[in-house]
Design a binder for this molecule. Sequence first.
Ligand code: PLP
Length: 363
Amino acid sequence: MKKILMNPGPVVLSERVRQALLKPDLCHREQEFIELQSKIRTDLLDVYKLDNKDWASILFTGSGTSAMEAMMTSFVPAHGKVLIIENGVYGERLTKIAKIHGINHKIVHHEWGQSLDLKLIEGELNYEKAFSHIAIVHHETTSGRLNDIDAVARLCKQYNSNATILLDAVSSFGAEEIKFHEWNLAACAATANKCLHGVPGTSFVIGNREGISQMSATPARTLYLDLVTYLKNQDANGTPFTQSIQTFYALAEALDELSENGGWQARHKLYWQRMNQVRKGLIENGIKPYMELEESSCVLNAFHLPENVSYDNLHDKLKEAGFIIYAGQGAFAKAMFRISCMGEMTADDVKRFIDTLKSILSK
Ligand SMILES: Cc1ncc(COP(=O)(O)O)c(C=O)c1O
């Protein structure tokens, strides 16, 4: 039976990406690997048309959280201070990382799913000029909210032109607009197995080269996730550690596919086509989206669980029919479920999903 993953990554792979996993075995100290690594680094910058002179993509083996941790620990200097904006699981994870590594920080907390309280953020930036960075999640996957980074970047420029943004773009890179220059990003963290349609195992940070060069003076906070070490090695055509070579093959293929299919803009449009089909179908069956369209990402939307329907039951019945949906996290677990539109999926798959859901609800 065809299986459709509607969870927020890993995604259903295209056949060409799956086949790429079978390419020849390779040693990570050989020229062929260096060429593969360099190609991916260039292609990642190319997704958002970034110049290699100003920006560096740094690749390593790990999941999205490793990219968040590498970004936070490698960009904030010993004397720096981060304003962390929380409105979901992943914003709170940024805080956990700061706490574990003893990074000086202050939190602007919102309830999960809440839109950014710009007055509160403005107050913090106005009160304290010492922030070197603002850390925020772009698409907060907890709720499907696409955070208003335009507004945060504007405030940042207004009150503290020195503070740069550390963006968790793990579930937006490749499908949502990321304004590297306009937002004054120091870096963004992302992963291969979400909107880029690669396999889990490779993550990356795209960082401003000036920001990274300033970090050379600060002692590394971690051995494995130190981006200064990776960048030095990767710019010199090497790698400090063994990389996950097969997932590199897959990511290189996935990036070719993205580019041939029209880049992030085309993927953004395609995800919206699917998501609009999902939203319409669910609304027709009495299931309300958790958030207005304008506030949502194209990647994932959350929906209220219908009354008298348990998530487990809905999940299991849909799974029997080949569709994997995703539970709400924490306190949201009993109240909502989430649907993502990434990966290989046709309009007909989405129609079958809605028909199946309708038939489950009618029983
Ligand atoms: C916004 C965001 N950040 C970070 C992560 C963590 O990624 P991983 O589970 O690959 O470590 C996720 C995972 O869904 C995410 O959606």
